[in-house]
Design a binder for this molecule. Structure first.
Ligand code: AN7
Length: 348
């Protein structure tokens, strides 16, 4: 049987003899060496594709840890606010390990696949006529006043679990990359990766550290702009966040690593998403593509000298948000039910 993520990295995780070693098969995701994109920029570019996790996003790494600790502490229910992926993940792990899940989401701003996931896993789904930041404020308060465990990334166990992605990258490459590119929403993941890299550095598993390169969407870029964005807007709904919970920690990761937190436009995000699919055969959701959009932006700026080892995380599966693609594609031709029409259409 496949090794469980919590078992593999137990020496680096907050695991005691009472922690249940639960799993839905999370982690162990592919680190794909790009066939075309790296060459375009003269770098060794790898994509850490988190879309193969059980619920299709990196959130499962943190959720398995948060749910294991919640069970250990005797919790009966969990709650989260979400732009979609956290709710899908919380709902799945709660379902499998006998907890009640309450997920609070911004009405009308969740990608279709993610909403379907939360529903089918049987979570109590509540939509709020507000944005993610409003939802997070509410669930935080509720978790302080009622017997329910918060499983947003304010829960430190979430970041503990998510840092395992950095471990996997180092275990595969046998070194740290020179640069690590990530999307930034609530800023938990960039914080978690930095924790992972620095812990491995302390344990002498790597002799260098990557520069952490975070990318927000232009319409939801509070860290770049230096102030809360009251009405965040972006096609990348997963990172439609105006007041990130891990703001300060992400800035610390950026500064300690000599990295950058910058932004990319929706157009750049969609172009990158298309490029990743059409050049590498990997379909990620729009928010995920902001990491590669960041690579492209930095390459144009001339930060790479050539030959650097660069990793970009693709945080979620493209199948979660098919509308983001279908709203953009050209019209598909329809032909008569006739072989010669097909031959003509294809241009053989
Ligand atoms: C695909 O699900 O915040 O900077 O509530 O789903 O750690 O927040 C999702 C975030 C990137 C940003 N890519 O990560 C949620 C949620 C995808 C995401 C991010 C999210 P953070």
């Amino acid at each position: 049987m496949k090794l469980k993520l919590l078992e593999k990295y137990k020496d680096f995780l907050p695991i005691s003899s009472n922690t249940p070693m639960i799993s839905l098969g999370e982690g162990f995701t592919p680190l794909v060496k790009t066939k075309h994109l790296g060459e375009m920029f003269g770098i060794d570019l790898y994509l850490k594709y988190e879309g193969t996790n059980p619920t299709g996003s990196f959130k499962d790494r943190g959720m398995v840890m948060a749910i294991a600790k919640a069970i250990e502490e005797g919790a009966k229910s969990v709650i989260c606010a979400s732009t979609g992926n956290t709710s899908a993940s919380a709902a799945a792990y709660a379902a499998a390990f006998d907890l009640k899940a309450v997920v609070v989401i911004p009405a009308g701003k969740i990608a279709m696949g993610k909403l379907a996931q939360a529903m089918i896993y049987g979570a109590k789904v509540v939509q709020v006529d507000g944005n993610f930041d409003d939802c997070l404020k509410m669930v935080k308060k509720v978790s302080e006043e009622y017997p329910v465990v918060l499983v947003n990334s304010l829960n430190p166990n979430r970041l503990e679990g998510q840092k395992t992605a950095a471990f996997e990258i180092v275990d595969t490459l046998k070194k740290a990359p020179d640069y690590h590119f990530l999307p930034v929403g609530n800023a938990g993941n960039i914080t978690a990766y930095w924790m992972g890299y620095t812990q491995y550095h302390k344990a002498s598993k790597i002799s260098s550290l990557p520069k952490m390169m975070g990318f927000q969407a232009e319409g939801a870029a509070p860290i770049v702009r230096g102030h809360v964005v009251e009405k965040p807007e972006t096609i990348a709904t997963a990172i439609r966040i105006g007041n990130p919970a891990s703001w300060k920690k992400a800035e610390r990761a950026r500064d300690e690593s000599n990295g950058v937190i910058d932004m990319v436009s929706d157009e750049e995000i969609l172009q990158a998403q298309k490029l990743i699919a059409s050049k590498e055969g990997i379909f990620c959701e729009p928010a995920s593509a902001s990491s590669v959009a960041g690579v492209i932006k930095m390459a144009k700026k001339g930060i790479f000298k050539g030959g650097e080892c660069v990793v970009a995380t693709l945080t979620g599966n493209g199948l979660k948000d098919p509308n983001a693609v279908l709203n953009e594609v050209p019209e598909i031709s329809t032909i008569p039910n006739d072989l010669s029409a097909l031959v003509k259409e294809v241009g053989f």
